[in-house]
Design a protein around this ligand. Structure first.
Ligand SMILES: [Zn+2]
Length: 336
């Protein structure tokens, strides 16, 4: 079944940053940043399976309590990902409340918190409602190429940017989809059956075209080959749809190191959600606060070759002039 991302900003660009990505066919959602989330309905919040927190400034994390309150009593494991320090932050949030009555809840809510530090180490800890959210540390591992979430259908990669403190930027990527033409398989006299699984996984693993794939013929295939070359099958019966990519970047200075990392992370993304906090005439203020200007955001989008640019996280000093920020970014994005 084809997957489909449906991304939407949680708030107006002048309010707390946040991106809600509904994974339509999986009946769940991912949430990037956890500031003011009061505009998300309980139904939407309950769809969230994983939350990606860029850093621990209040406008990116103060919504934890609302998420906790909404999910409490549900049978659910919530993944929380963030920079070094997020395990402690979640521990402190949870330890701020009394849990003496939690045994009376039907479902067990568990937080599985993972932090990625600047050296690429992944630490995780779990907090289970059944044990009154007491912290249990897991073994430390290493992130391969910044991967923090890896599932068969999607993955999320993070990179560490500088905002005076480490901030994570995230790329959500859908794996390439292999679509098999049923009618073509049948027209060849083959059965649409379990052998196709083998064919798909060989394709995804990039196996050599000469690899022989055992096939099943509809008529038993007594006088036909028991296996066909991968390359031939690929040409005849399938189409690959490359996966979509959505990137989320907020709170970072326009430094050489950040520029390089953002461009690499956002390369050819379908959508880039990026802060455009200041107008470029105020670039000195932006540098001092370690934020991007709208023009800088647009230039980054252009250099990364993204298809679509969406700006957010506008400074309140421009309230009423949001169009100017959006326009400045789009102009730099589309400039030749
Ligand atoms: Zn911020």
């Amino acid at each position: 079944m084809p997957r489909h991302f449906d991304p939407a900003l949680v708030n107006d660009p002048f309010d707390d940053p946040g991106l809600y990505v509904d994974l339509v066919f999986e009946k769940r959602a991912l949430l990037f940043d956890l500031g003011d989330i009061s505009r998300l309905s309980a139904r939407k919040l309950l769809r969230v399976s994983d939350v990606f927190v860029t850093h621990l400034h209040m406008d990116h994390f103060a919504g934890f309590d609302q998420l906790l309150r909404c999910a409490l009593g549900r049978e659910k494991t919530l993944g929380v990902y963030g920079p070094a320090g997020i395990i402690n932050a979640v521990e402190h949030k949870l330890s701020a409340y009394s849990w003496n009555l939690i045994d009376g809840y039907d479902g067990n809510l568990t937080f599985l918190v993972t932090e990625l530090d600047e050296l690429g180490r992944l630490k995780s800890a779990r907090f289970s409602g059944r044990s009154r959210f007491e912290r249990r540390d897991d073994d430390e591992t290493r992130a391969i190429e910044g991967l923090v979430l890896k599932e068969p259908g999607i993955q999320v990669r993070a990179t560490t940017l500088d905002h005076g403190l480490p901030v994570l930027a995230f790329a959500l990527e859908e794996r390439a989809q292999i679509n098999v033409w049923r009618n073509k398989v049948e027209a060849m006299g083959l059965v649409v059956g379990p052998w196709l699984r083998n064919f798909k996984s060989a394709t995804l693993q990039g196996a050599n075209d000469a690899t022989l794939i055992p096939v099943t013929w509809r008529d038993g295939g007594d006088d036909r080959p028991a296996a066909l070359p991968l390359g031939f099958l690929k040409k005849e019966i399938m189409q690959i749809t490359s996966g979509r990519k959505i990137v989320y970047v907020v709170d970072c200075a326009y430094t050489d190191a950040n520029i390089e990392k953002i461009i690499r992370l956002a390369e050819r993304a379908d959508m880039l959600f990026i802060e455009a906090t200041f107008l470029d005439v105020d670039f000195e203020a932006a540098a001092k606060r370690r934020h991007l200007t709208a023009r800088q955001a647009g230039m980054l989008a252009r250099r990364a070759g993204v298809k679509r640019l969406v700006t957010l996280h506008y400074s309140p000093r421009y309230r009423g002039q949001g169009e100017r920020l959006a326009q400045e970014a789009q102009e730099a994005f589309l400039a030749r």
